[in-house]
Ligand binder design. Structure first.
Ligand code: MN
Ligand code: MN
Length: 500
């Protein structure tokens, strides 16, 4: 057996010695480094010239990986608590208040370290910490979105068909519709009653709660369905959610199952059928976030896009003490449907806030905007080895290689993108390198295969130097998305370095 082969075998052996109880590998960084001790001239030159990134499982210490695991525990609780933008809003605001944030007040004078917030319809939130430098020198913005693809109820949702009661729905954001049937769903949201009172609804999350579900046809009878194209395997109008099946005991009335459901809803919440018109109710996967894999490297869960960026940006913002520049953390709504409307970033929400900050400080808000930098903190697609044909490998992000720095998004020849100037990319890259943050770059798949957008172009339009940076995700926009723990934690470190 040759020496090299022995070394490789030893290496593999150290890989498989895993303590399943703690979920930790005993692999130490130095075991790996021994393989590349002696360098030839070419190797040395290559090491200096090539852009070579390492899996963080190799480049980071055990201590670091433990920190990443710990950070991920907090994140998992956060996304289990927050499955709609309203729930993120409530949780983020409580965390912020706990950390000393007060509602922004134009009549007050602010000094470095002061913390303020501005809410928007309980669906979008801006947090800021005043910096040591004058506001005129610009701000540091981290903008993520807190809405996720899901199934919304129509304004008149309750109907009965053949003695089963349903909710009629209209999906929200880009989903593969076939992924949603036969999946236990929870219902989250608010109903505004005729007297203006708000009723909060959250059913399907606790052990004793019922769940809701969209049915699918059994394979035995699916011959015709299987001939449909994938986008139509389940059609939009087939996303009907089962909510009941027991009739109201009265032979005289029709629609007995619907009546029974409405009587239960009235008893529990005081809701009439008309109240659904002024409601925002969404069906989301009922499952909780959990570790994935024997080594627990990944987190599976609903809504990583974009809460795996919102959470680290929120944590980095609330932990900012006396930052150099004024920091701003934007948790926006409506990104998944194009950022339109009052709570999306294609609105005056951020511009007005900065205008108010500037007026309060007695400076030009336009100058503040021009001097500001923004990380559009949104997720990117991770290279999926099962579907390699969708990616151009050299320019794809990989799980465990850190946050993705994305110069441009868009599609079909960079349409609809912010496309950050090289100077902005250089500015951010230097911050990351100076702070020993591991990062990577990545495009959203092959040219002309598809594409996507983020809030970057809306912030860029305000004359803010903007670039995308966020966590790589597998199975993005599915009910159970995947991210890596070290990517999540390193993204937090990146935002922290940017905001400090
Ligand atoms: Mn996103
Ligand atoms: Mn998305």
């Amino acid at each position: 057996m040759c020496r090299r082969f022995k070394k490789v075998r030893r290496l593999i052996k150290s890989f498989i010695l895993i303590d399943y109880k703690s979920g930790k590998s005993n692999l130490k960084g130095k075991d790996v480094l021994t393989m590349s001790e002696a360098k030839t001239k070419g190797e040395e030159l290559k090491g200096r010239l090539f852009m070579e990134k390492k899996n963080m499982g190799l480049s980071k210490s055990e201590e670091y990986l433990e920190k990443a695991d710990l950070f991920s525990e907090g994140y998992k609780s956060f996304i289990n608590m927050c499955k709609t933008e309203r729930e993120v809003y409530d949780t983020a605001l409580s965390i912020a208040r706990e950390k000393g944030y007060k509602a922004f007040d134009m009549s007050k004078e602010y000094k470095a370290g002061d913390k303020v917030y501005l809410g928007n319809c309980q669906k979008a939130l801006i947090l800021a910490t005043f910096g040591k430098k004058p506001l005129l020198e610009g701000t540091r913005i981290v903008a993520s979105h807190i809405d996720c693809p899901r199934i919304d109820l129509k304004p008149q949702p309750v109907f009965e068909k053949d003695e089963i009661a349903y909710f009629k729905t209209h999906y929200y954001g880009g989903i593969k519709k076939y992924q949603w049937p036969t999946l236990p769903l929870a219902i989250h949201g608010v109903v505004i009653l005729n007297d203006g009172k708000t009723v909060d609804i959250r059913v399907g999350e606790s052990e004793c709660d019922p769940v809701f579900v969209i049915s699918d046809i059994l394979p035995h009878l699916a011959q015709e369905q299987m001939k449909r194209s994938a986008g139509e395997i389940i059609k939009g109008e087939e996303l009907n959610v089962i909510i009941g099946g027991r009739p109201f005991k009265d032979d005289k009335v029709s629609e007995k199952v619907k009546l029974n459901i409405l009587s239960i809803l009235f008893e529990k919440y005081g809701i009439y059928e008309e109240d659904f018109v002024s409601a925002e109710l969404s069906l989301v996967p009922a499952h909780k976030a959990c570790d994935v894999g024997f080594d627990r490297a990944l987190i599976g869960g609903y809504g990583h896009d974009d809460r795996c960026c919102a959470y680290p940006s929120l944590m980095a913002e609330v932990e900012a003490k006396e930052p150099t520049y004024t920091t701003i953390c934007v948790l926006a709504d409506k990104e998944e449907v194009g950022s339109d409307g009052r709570t999306g970033l294609n609105s005056k929400m951020l511009e007005f806030f900065i205008e108010d900050l500037a007026e309060n400080a007695g400076v030009s808000y336009r100058e503040v905007l021009r001097n500001s930098y923004c990380l559009s903190s949104d997720v990117g697609a991770a290279f999926d080895p099962t579907f390699p044909d969708c990616f151009e490998k050299n320019n794809s992000a990989r799980i465990n290689y850190g946050p993705i720095v994305t110069k441009y998004t868009g599609s079909r020849g960079k349409n609809g993108t912010n496309d950050a100037p090289a100077e902005t990319v250089g500015f951010v890259r230097k911050i990351l390198n100076d702070n020993d943050v591991q990062w990577q770059t990545g495009e959203l798949g092959k040219v002309d295969l598809g594409g996507g957008g983020t809030v970057a172009k809306f912030v860029g339009a305000l004359q803010v130097n903007t670039i995308d940076m966020g966590v790589p995700v597998l199975s993005m926009h599915s009910p159970f998305e995947l991210i890596s723990k070290s990517d999540l934690y390193e993204t937090f470190r990146a935002y922290e370095a940017f905001l400090k």
